[in-house]
Ligand binder design. Sequence first.
Ligand SMILES: NC(=O)c1ccc[n+]([C@@H]2O[C@H](COP(=O)([O-])OP(=O)(O)OC[C@H]3O[C@@H](n4cnc5c(N)ncnc54)[C@H](O)[C@@H]3O)[C@@H](O)[C@H]2O)c1
Length: 260
Amino acid sequence: MSPTSPSPRPPRFAGRVALVTGAAGGIGASVAELLAAEGATVGVVDLNHASAEKVAARLRELGGEAAPYACDVSDARSVDETVERLCRDHGRLDILVTCAGVLRDNLLFKTGDDDWKAVIDTHLTGTFNCARAAQRPMVSQRYGKMVFLSSDSARGSRGQTNYSAAKAGIEGMAKTIAIELGKFDVNVNAVAPGFVETEMTRATARRIGQDYEEFKAGSAARAALGRVATPEDIAKVIAFLCSDDSAIMTGQVLLTRGSP
Ligand SMILES: NC(=O)c1ccc[n+]([C@@H]2O[C@H](COP(=O)([O-])OP(=O)(O)OC[C@H]3O[C@@H](n4cnc5c(N)ncnc54)[C@H](O)[C@@H]3O)[C@@H](O)[C@H]2O)c1
């Protein structure tokens, strides 16, 4: 290296401990992988221990630090216990990313009470449970980053009354928690993707009986960038919000839908 070259930056998340929900697949698994690759110890949280361990094992094989935690985010006690266990295991909690999610799409007149409750409990109550549990260590550390998964559907989406209500609620929650926790150096932001290539969009294509490639192409054609997002695209934006590169940003919703 020449004497004038800048010294390389240390990994962005060295020494940080992260908890990623819904991390057994899709966007959550990509976020977990990116945070681990850049030095974080990652708690891989999902409903099923075996599927969380599968991702955690892959991250460890890639040279990262990761451990699985089985937890239902809609259950406040399960979330509190998971956060307490993770803090006992790894000493702190710096980063929370909430990716756990389910869909129960239908037109309003066909949406049953169970469809409403499953989506609100997982997304809205689940995000609340995680944020409330995570703020305890973050406030006492005077450091934290929370990133909540919203969706472009928060702005209205046919057949998704439950989902769009939950996601709009999550955006409001991010702004309010950002106001409350700013003085403790805890940043709280949301990311709102459009179509992302994951099991969630595959399941939607199956439900409406459309070929996945055609379903994807329709969405890509409506996006200014002319393509849909990969989980890695979204993970990179989330990692930015988990890093000190975005230290001045809080209470923001980043629309990551490939269009203005
Ligand atoms: N895929 C998209 O097009 C898209 C677009 C916008 C927003 N999002 C949001 O991004 C997030 C991740 O979506 P994805 O596409 O990766 O979904 P996915 O279906 O691939 O993964 C969701 C994960 O959440 C887990 N999960 C479900 N309920 C849970 C619970 N109660 N407790 C713990 N874990 C639970 C599932 O087991 C699964 O591993 C979701 O919040 C989703 O609403 C996705």
